[in-house]
Design a protein around this ligand. Sequence first.
Ligand code: SF4
Ligand code: SF4
Length: 454
Amino acid sequence: MRELSRFAHAFDLGEHVALWHSLRMKPVFIERGLYELLQNGECSEELERELIDKKIFLSYEGEDEQIISRLRQNAPQPDVNLAYFILSEHCNLACKYCFVGSDACGQGISSTKDMTPEIAEKALDVFARQLEQSSEDYTEYESNIIFFGGEPLLKFDVLEYVARRVKELSESRPVLRNTSLAVITNGTLLNEERILKLDAMGVAVSISIDGFTEQANSMRVDKQGNETFERVVQVLETYKRLEVDPPSLSVTLTERTIEDLPSMLKLVRDYGVRGFGYNVLLKREDEDGGEYYEAASQFIIDSFLALREHGVYEDRIMRKLNAFAHSRVHFSDCGATSGGQILFAPDGRIGICQGLMSESENYVADIWDDDFIANEHPAWKAWSGLTAIHNDECLSCEALGICGGGCPVNARLLHPELGLHCIDERSCVHSKKTLEFLIRDLYECALADSDYTR
Ligand code: SF4
Ligand code: SF4
C-alpha cells in the first residue's frame, strides 16, 4: 500500500471516518470497516486512486516536502492595501482593562496624540504611493482605510478631512478610487448628525462592545465610572430611526458573553446588526485558559449557525469557512501577518501592527521619508513570514490549511521569551474546533447523498 502523507489526518465520525490532507483540504469519507482495513494495509484500487488524488497517499517520494516548499515559495509577499489611521491616542472612556487610549491608563504613547489634517494629508500621500507601486491594480481592486484610536471620533474633523481628500485625490491618483473607509469606535460619540455624515461619506462603522447587556459591558465605563452600554443601545436606536444601514459590532468574548447567545440574537432582531467580529480574551499563563478557549470557540460556531439564518456573518469563522469551502490555503489571519497593512500614528510615524502601537520598536519609518516603500522593507517581509505555513511546529497540525496562524502579538504575550515567532494557542483551539465542525457539517450533508461516502 502507498505511504500516507505527513499532512494526512483521520477524523472519527462514528460509522465513518473522514480522511483529510491539511493542505489539499478535500475530505474523503469512508466506512469505519474500510478504515480498519486501510490501517492493516488493505485498500481497493478505486479507494487508492481517490486517496492519491486527494494527496492523502503519496504518489511519489518527497511529495510532502515539495508541497510545503512550493507553498512557502508562493506564499503572499508584502503588498500593502490597508492603512490604519490612528486619529487619536486619547479616549473619552476609561475601560478598566484598556492598554491604549484613556488618559488614565495609556499615558505617554507618543508626543503628539491627535492626528492633524497636515499629518493625515501626508499619510494619505504615503498610502497612495504604496498602492501605486503594488503589483496589483488598485484602480480595479479594493483598498481600505480604517480609522482607529484611542477613540477616533474624538478627531471627527480629521476623519471628515481624510474622507473628503480620498475622494478629491482619486482624480489625480486613481488608485484611491476603490478605497473603502471604516471606523472602529466605542460608539459613545455617535449622534444623529455624525451617523448621517458617516453614511453620506460611505464610512462603515464598527462599534466595540464586550457583550450584549449592560452587565456584560461593566468594564466599559467613562471617566466618571458610568457604564456605557445603554448609550450604545441608544445609538443603535438612532440608526434604526434614521433608517441608515446599522453598524457592525466588534465583540470581546468575555466569560459572561459566551453564555448569552439569546441576547446577541435579540440585538440582531431589534436593530438589524449586519456583521460581527469576535475577539477572544487572552488568558495569562497563570490562568487556565483551556476551558474558556473551548467555550469561546463553541460560542463562535453556535453563533455562526444561529446568525446565518439571519444572513449575518462573523469575520473570523468566515475566513476559515472560505478556505475550507474552496480548498484554498488561508495564509494569514490579519493584515499585519500578510504584510498587507501599514499603520500611521498621529505624529506621522509608520508601523505595522495596531496591537503594538504603544511600542516604539513597532515604528520603523515616518511619513517624511519620500522613498519609503513598505513592500520592500525588511520589517514587512519579516511580518509576512509569521504564518502557520512558515512555522515548522504547525506542519503536523490538522488545521494548517484553514488556520492563518492567529495573532503573533497575543502569542508573544504568553511566551515573551519566544518573541513573535511562536504559536497563538488561543487561536489554535478555535482553528481546530472549527475544522472539526466544518468536516462534521460536510459529512452530514454527504450522508444525505449516499454516493458521496463509501
Ligand atoms: S498581529 Fe495581532 S494585534 Fe497585530 S494586527 Fe495582527 S491580529 Fe492585530
Ligand atoms: S497555529 Fe495552531 S491551529 Fe494553527 S496551524 Fe499552528 S498549531 Fe495548528
